[in-house]
Design a protein around this ligand. Sequence first.
Ligand SMILES: C[S@@+](CC[C@H](N)C(=O)[O-])C[C@H]1O[C@@H](n2cnc3c(N)ncnc32)[C@H](O)[C@@H]1O
Length: 226
Amino acid sequence: MKQPNFDVIARSYRWLEYLSLGMSLERCRFHFLPQTHSCRYALVLGDGDGRFTAKLLAANPGIEVDAIDISQTMLALLRQRSEQASDRLHTHHADARTFPYGSEGKSYDLVVTHFFLDCLTQPELEQLIGCIAPVLAPEAFWLISDFHIPRGPMRLLARAYVRSLYFAFRMLTGLETAQLPDYFTPITEHGFARIASHYSLAGLLGTEVWQRRADNLSPRRSHQIS
Ligand SMILES: C[S@@+](CC[C@H](N)C(=O)[O-])C[C@H]1O[C@@H](n2cnc3c(N)ncnc32)[C@H](O)[C@@H]1O
């Protein structure tokens, strides 16, 4: 299993993002932040340089975060950004595809994957969801931001843009994934339902809140979320 090397772009990642899509990704990441106020144990995968997690820790003083990333430099940036809440942040320099999730002994009520699932192939994504599901609380939330190929006139342009992004990441980090995986099917099969969503740039970017359905409870009745 080849591991991509995001260390080489970790420090410039933020600026590359702002240069290419302005503040659009930032807005996506933070869109549903207020809805995480009731969460206590978060698992953040492919955390990156910590811009989201620092805000999550600041906005929610009761939350504890396990953040996993394959890049040491990304994790160092995350720790710098979250210094004020270092006692509630546990960083793991690891490959999310092989991390022993049960070893932390926690029942997570929030999973966060902002622009991370697109680093995985379809089989890797399905395996990851299968490994995480057993360590999640019955009504856990899953916050997902990612690129999408919209229907309609923007389809071809979006396809070309996503293809060029994968090419750039392959050149810069050695990422082998070359197309967006389908998370909708496996996450639904593991009992999650999408309860809120927001799309931008004509559907190219999406951020969604999913919730695991507790037995005999609909997601909307079982937890407050708007
Ligand atoms: C495209 S960046 C997204 C970063 C951040 N979540 C964001 O919102 O911008 C992907 C992140 O996932 C990490 N990553 C990629 N593959 C990984 C893997 N297999 N296990 C853990 N982290 C991984 C990279 O180091 C990088 O920080």
